[in-house]
Ligand binder design. Structure first.
Ligand SMILES: CC(C)(COP(=O)(O)OP(=O)(O)OC[C@H]1O[C@@H](n2cnc3c(N)ncnc32)[C@H](O)[C@@H]1OP(=O)(O)O)[C@@H](O)C(=O)NCCC(=O)NCCS
Length: 162
């Protein structure tokens, strides 16, 4: 498996991988919109045998400043369970740390995301319609998250919240 940054030439294949992973088009549209609005802060692909097998996107949060939102992460269904999603997430978090992002939020299944260090506790206290056990966060610099204020993903997510 090889991890690398997405290029423009990958967009169509990435779209197909996302649609196959989720079984619908919403998340692929979200990724298109994040790119169009300049919010594709970290967009990585995983290649297996020279073909794109997975993708992950991290976008800057409007609030808290300096934090990233992780979404979506997609792996071709025929390749689930081979560590591809985990490798993409770990690599993205490592790059985020190096680039000085302070924290990362994710909305998803706790049994999956807690293995990367995300916890519902670190996301607690923020004002958001997503508050609850599925909202998790991870400090990329120690103590970055104050647990106060509004939580706002990049604008492309606004339609999904409706
Ligand atoms: C979630 C997803 C990206 C994981 O990719 P993957 O390459 O299969 O994941 P990995 O191989 O790194 O990890 C597999 C492990 O995660 C677990 N896992 C996968 N999806 C999970 C979920 N939704 N909830 C809990 N655990 C999950 C598997 O059971 C497996 O557990 P094990 O290591 O104890 O055997 C992939 O299943 C996928 O594309 N799903 C559809 C899209 C989606 O739901 N994305 C996440 C929401 S943004």
């Amino acid at each position: 498996m090889r991890l690398r940054h997405e290029t423009e030439a990958d967009h169509d294949t990435v779209r197909r991988v996302i649609e196959a992973a989720f079984g619908r088009e919403d998340e692929a549209h979200l990724v298109d919109r994040l790119r169009a609005e300049g919010d594709a802060a970290i967009s990585l692909v995983a290649e297996v045998d020279g073909r794109i097998a997975g993708h992950v996107m991290f976008s800057p949060m409007r609030s808290p400043a300096g934090a990233l939102g992780l979404a979506p992460v997609s792996v071709r269904p025929d390749l689930h369970g081979n560590g591809i999603g985990g490798a993409l997430i770990r690599e993205g978090l490592e790059e985020a740390r190096k680039r000085g992002f302070t924290a990362c939020f994710v909305l998803g299944d706790p049994p999956y995301y807690t293995r990367f260090g995300f916890t519902p506790e670190r996301a607690r206290g923020y004002a958001t319609p997503f508050a609850g056990p599925f909202l998790m966060a991870l400090d990329l610099t120690p103590g970055a998250l104050s647990g106060e204020g509004e939580l706002a993903y990049a604008r492309a997510f606004d339609d999904l919240a409706e």
